[in-house]
Design a binder for this molecule. Structure first.
Ligand code: 9MR
Length: 497
């Protein structure tokens, strides 16, 4: 496989599947669409976000995401403003999707995938075969059953997301630390031997031929015994035609394990085997200039290797990091940009617009402006929301129009995005929307707005950071519903507040 453009690769389906997939209108203003185009194509202007800056160089800049934080406004706003790729932090792991044999649960992972798709983000799948977060029923199987359970797991999970995942970590952390270069003991290794790895990659290719198939590990960032062992395996796979497309170097750095001096050289030697390389779980313990410098070194190394197709940090904010005491990420616990953020943005060729991303990037409508589609159809039957460009004439006294769009639907639930457009003739300093929720269907979580009720209707008013809308400007909020089926249209009233 060759290097791909950062958006749309392998995306044979524009929106999520399962249940009725209904094309509904996205009311997107020309101004918002223009922002998206600039972000995706790269222009002479320095981009002001991580994702847009990386995209200008043909790469993605992603983050690990946890489904249970998507309802937090600043979390979602920072994600949407700054990143153009996501990796579910835990939601696609074996224990999350197949806790009981052959019973698959995708709701949390679907939520992340739906959100990412609604923003045009790439998705990395993490991970299919790993010794950790593995249900005990898997470890207790005999060899024959284990092989068929592994193949079934790979096949079912990859088919569920067929055409929607940019790259899968087919196998994770299968080698021992230290100097042995040996495989790590695991149920797969111990019962099936070295051959399980090849079996996993061949099964993965058959399940979703469009996804890039990666081997992912930590402490393989520099040239060392462990990375040499992975290198030998990849070389052998390429020589024998075993399908492998990429190596993920996790990039968990701290003072005991700093960015190695031969980092770029190591990325390049893997790339020279004919695979892409990706930095998959980057975080750097520390603070201030030292932390910022390490981040720059990593970004510069990736940019110097043409087959380094993208970078992912392992979380958005220090407060939700898996090692939050080390403050290893780009945004602090209040979503303020750290020196490390500026270092990464600068290394990517971008330039900071100032402020916190949740509040002020992209002209104050940062949340949800990357969905550059001009979808077909008009969804809102209501009198306030007429045109496909959102330009319906609002009744006197209203300064805004709101439009409903179904992002994705699955058995027992669906996700909605609502566009709020300032269709009046003066600037808005706040807005309130209201609609009648279909009976028996409840909102599980709502982001980028504040939910309420009024006269038996559901309401959502602006969050602190997206109430100000210039004439013609728009913003979006989203929600996930438990219950179904999704309505084909929904009238959402909008009033200035
Ligand atoms: O960040 C993940 C954390 O929330 C989980 O508790 C942990 C459980 O194993 O996994 C973390 O993610 C790991 C990733 O899946 C694989 N590489 C190491 C990551 C950090 O531990």
């Amino acid at each position: 496989m060759t290097e791909q453009s950062p958006h749309g690769r392998g995306r044979t389906k524009p929106a999520r599947r399962h249940g009725p997939r209904i094309a509904l209108a996205a009311v997107t203003t020309g101004a918002v669409a223009a922002v998206s185009l600039i972000a995706l194509s790269g222009t002479a202007h320095a981009a002001s976000t991580l994702g847009a800056s990386a995209a200008a160089g043909g790469r993605y800049f992603g983050t690990a995401v946890a489904a249970n934080h998507l309802g937090e406004a600043s979390y979602a706003a920072t994600l949407d403003a700054e990143f153009n790729a996501v990796t579910p932090e835990n939601e696609m792991k074996w224990d999350a999707v197949e806790a009981s044999r052959n019973t698959f649960t995708f709701s949390a992972a679907d939520q992340i995938v739906g959100h990412a798709q609604s923003k045009g983000m790439k998705i990395r799948g993490h991970t299919l075969v790993w010794y950790s977060q593995l249900p005990s029923w898997v470890s207790s199987l005999n060899a024959t059953d284990l092989k068929s359970a592994m193949d079934n797991h790979i096949t079912q999970v990859m088919r569920h997301y067929k055409g929607e995942i940019y790259a899968w970590d087919v196998a994770n952390e299968a080698f021992q630390d230290g100097g042995s270069g040996a495989r790590r003991s695991s149920p797969f290794q111990d019962k099936l031997g070295d051959g399980y790895m090849e079996e996993a990659f061949r099964t993965a290719r058959a399940a979703d031929p469009d996804a890039k198939l990666c081997y992912n590990d930590y402490n393989i960032d520099g040239v060392n015994a462990k990375s040499n062992a992975v290198y030998a395996m990849v070389k052998d796979f390429k020589a024998r035609g075993v399908p492998i497309d990429c190596v993920g170097l996790q990039g968990h750095f701290n003072s005991q394990s700093p960015v190695p001096g031969d980092y770029q050289q190591n990325l390049q030697r893997f790339a020279d085997l004919g695979v892409d390389v990706q930095i998959t779980e980057l975080d750097v313990a520390g603070s201030g200039t030292a932390q910022a410098n390490s981040y720059s070194t990593v970004v510069n190394a990736c940019l110097a290797v043409s087959r380094c197709t993208g970078m992912t940090v392992w979380g958005i904010t220090d407060k939700y990091s898996w090692r939050s005491g080390d403050t290893p990420l780009l945004f602090d616990g209040n979503y303020a940009k750290k020196a490390a953020y500026t270092a990464v943005l600068t290394a990517l060729g971008g330039s900071d617009s100032g402020g916190t991303s949740a509040g002020t990037t992209n002209g104050g409508t940062s949340a949800g402006t990357t969905n550059g589609g001009t979808s077909t159809g008009t969804t809102n039957g209501g009198t306030t929301n007429g045109g496909a460009t959102g330009g319906g004439t609002p009744p006197a006294g209203q300064g805004c129009t709101a439009a409903f769009r179904l992002v994705s639907a699955w058995t027992g639930g669906y996700q909605v995005e609502v566009s709020v457009l300032n269709s009046g003739s003066g600037a808005l300093s706040g807005w309130t929307t209201a609609w009648t929720q279909p009976s028996g269907q409840t909102i599980a979580n709502l982001w980028n707005a504040v939910q309420g009720t009024s006269d038996g209707r559901t309401t959502a008013h602006n969050a602190a950071y997206n109430g100000q809308l210039a004439v013609g400007a728009s913003t979006t909020f989203g929600y996930v519903v438990n219950g179904g089926p999704p309505p084909t249209s929904l009238t959402i009233d909008c009033q200035s507040a």
